[in-house]
Design a protein around this ligand. Sequence first.
Ligand SMILES: CC(C)(COP(=O)([O-])OP(=O)([O-])OC[C@H]1O[C@@H](n2cnc3c(N)ncnc32)[C@H](O)[C@@H]1OP(=O)([O-])[O-])[C@@H](O)C(=O)NCCC(=O)NCCSC(=O)C[C@@](C)(O)CC(=O)[O-]
Length: 305
Amino acid sequence: MALPDKVKIVEVGPRDGLQNEKEFVPTDIKVALVNQLSDAGFLNIEATSFVSPKWVPQMADGAQVMEAIKRREGTVYSVLTPNMRGFEGALAARADEVVIFGAASEAFSHKNINCSIDESIDRFEPVARAAKEAGIRLRGSISCALGCPYQGEVPVESVVHVAQRLIALGCDEIDVADTIGVATASQVYRVMSAVTEKVDPRQVSGHFHDTYGQALANIYASLQAGISIFHSSVAGLGGCPYAKGATGNVATEDVLYMLQGMGIETGIDLDAVITTGQWISDYLKRPNASRAGKALVNKRAAVCA
Ligand SMILES: CC(C)(COP(=O)([O-])OP(=O)([O-])OC[C@H]1O[C@@H](n2cnc3c(N)ncnc32)[C@H](O)[C@@H]1OP(=O)([O-])[O-])[C@@H](O)C(=O)NCCC(=O)NCCSC(=O)C[C@@](C)(O)CC(=O)[O-]
């Protein structure tokens, strides 16, 4: 299949990137991160979650973040909402898109949102209806679509089933997520092909954590399967608190560098993202997990030396 000439990158750093940070990141830092990413030209930024602060304390300031960010014309600001309580918070915070998040693995569904897959879809139903009534975009995420930390293998049929249920709820887009980053390219090609047999490929995205260093290859395999929407996290921040050991999403800088090299358009300023990636890594006192980010920061330093 011919590769797309344009790809949409959904920047999930402010939510998926930060949610697992042990130390509370001050709201003004979260806001500065979102604002810098908006200025870099992202069409879609996942800014925060409206979930139980007991389960994910780092996202407790979601309303304050949404209140304070500078909204860029043309950028969709998304937030996670597991239920109607979350949806009400998102509506009040003027989110452009709400994300319901299920799983293809029963075990992870219970660990992450304290209910079965079927119960989660029932719980999402009123959220989906309310979002459509409010004219808010609706996205559905399928965690552990390529492997589960608790049950191991996840049947492709389960991924396709959850994908179809989420589309039937009215999702504008669904994310096939490798939550623990275990997948390899041929498995990804198979799963994406199976999902896009039933769901319009334009509505399907790839969300790849990079725990085993396979994310870029998995993105390439997804491109070959007709996918043209990908999630990534600036500086490779992140990991899900309910997927022990899962490291960050694939680094946005690495994805942009790869796509640029292939002549695939994203509309995003890689230089600006590199600066932001180094800034947030320095702030969090953690190494920058982006290879291209680090290399280009070092290259800048060499030029200035
Ligand atoms: C879903 C629940 C709430 C169910 O939690 P529960 O205990 O089943 O439900 P509950 O109704 O009993 O609520 C428990 C407490 O949370 C409160 N509550 C209830 N709902 C909300 C809400 N929306 N916002 C704020 N507070 C809420 C509720 O009021 C109550 O407070 P208490 O009475 O104990 O003081 C809980 O399991 C939860 O919040 N889980 C967090 C899930 C999460 O955020 N996980 C990480 C994001 S998913 C992810 O990272 C994967 C993804 C998307 O990136 C893709 C991938 O890589 O796989």
